[in-house]
Write a protein that binds this ligand. Structure first.
Ligand SMILES: [Fe+2]
Length: 268
């Protein structure tokens, strides 16, 4: 999806850490990711699960913060986790659960620290950066799952002069991704689904906890799946994420992941 002749671009996509200070193995794994040498780091949210998580998060991101980077929030960056049945998503989604709560996690401090480190805040913002020698136009929205997305604040054609147009959001809601695709974004990055979190071997995810279909609950696909007449179709990568809610610490047949995406030039 890069211009002909461009060098490959290595994008490290992390998501859904739900970090609490005691997750030492998770922090060690995240710390190890810098050795991959990415050109760009994108964090699609749900980074923290405790008021005390920001220091450990910054510590384990470590040298990744010295790379060009961008982030959006997930709903769980705003609200402390509550005790939940991890299987409740089988009969409903968690959309709307947060309407009764006032944010109680330090999401503004989280964003301030990541911004101070040099990463782009894409929560209902556009941005521009250079990574791997490429000029990248970005736009993102705050989490649609918490009804905080305001696409009108980033709407409009993505710059066709950029080498790459990147759209970022936490929950891969098709209606929002339709807008990114129609505006010409080449690649959309999202998280939120935890890959279904509870998967059945041979069948896959039982549910996605958002509007996307089960077949695209994680990994690479296209959006829209069928290109509209004269319209634009974007690549979509949904990360299965790195963690779980502290109150539903179960993943079954669904390994945690951080993803190193290598983007290459499109065929001339
Ligand atoms: Fe999450």
């Amino acid at each position: 999806m890069l211009p002909p002749g461009a060098d490959p671009l290595r994008v490290l996509h992390i998501s859904d850490m739900h970090l609490t200070p005691g997750r030492h193995r998770l922090m060690a794994f995240v710390r190890s990711l810098a050795a991959l040498g990415p050109d760009l780091v994108v964090n699609t949210g749900d980074s923290i699960a405790s008021p005390d998580s920001i220091g450990p998060l910054l510590d384990c991101l470590g040298p990744l913060l010295d790379k060009p980077g961008a982030f959006v929030y997930g709903s769980n960056d705003l609200f402390s986790p509550k005790p939940k049945n991890p299987a409740r998503y089988l009969w409903r989604t968690s959309a709307g659960e947060h309407e009764e709560y006032v944010p109680d996690l330090p999401w503004e401090k989280l964003g301030g620290e990541l911004t101070a480190a040099g990463w782009l805040d894409l929560n209902n913002h556009r941005g521009r950066l250079t990574a791997g020698g490429l000029d990248i136009a970005l736009a993102g929205v705050h989490d649609p799952h918490a009804d905080r997305d305001r696409y009108d604040q980033v709407a409009g054609p993505a710059d066709p002069a950029a080498d790459l147009r990147l759209g970022v959001l936490h929950s891969p809601e098709p209606a929002v991704m339709d807008l990114f695709a129609a505006d010409g974004y080449d690649l959309l990055l999202a998280g939120h689904t935890h890959g279904g979190q509870l998967r059945v071997p041979g069948y896959g995810a039982l549910t996605t906890n958002c509007g996307i279909d089960r077949a695209r609950v994680s990994g690479l696909s296209m959006h829209p799946e069928i290109s509209p007449a004269g319209g634009h179709t974007a690549w979509l990568y949904v990360s299965a994420g790195l963690g779980t809610s502290p109150w539903a610490p179960v993943r079954f047949a669904c390994r945690p992941e951080a993803s190193l995406l290598t983007l290459v030039p499109r065929w001339a």
